[in-house]
Design a protein around this ligand. Structure first.
Ligand SMILES: [Zn+2]
Length: 60
């Protein structure tokens, strides 16, 4: 449940806006959250219980 709470309360580290949740595949529990302005992306892969975070720092 701790991981799920984190997924529900994520904000972009750059602009502090709430991240947008996308389900990549209806047959998968994989969740992708992105900043509405494209600064930041976080993917959660339940099979390996791992987050993959991407920060697009070079966006102007
Ligand atoms: Zn942002």
């Amino acid at each position: 449940m701790t991981l799920l709470r984190k997924l529900l309360h994520d904000y972009c580290p750059s602009c502090k806006q709430p991240l947008i949740t996308k389900k990549s595949n209806v047959f998968s529990a994989e969740v992708i959250k992105t900043c509405p302005k494209g600064h930041y992306k976080k993917e959660f892969h339940p099979a390996i219980e791992t987050y993959i975070e991407t920060t697009k720092s070079e966006i102007s």
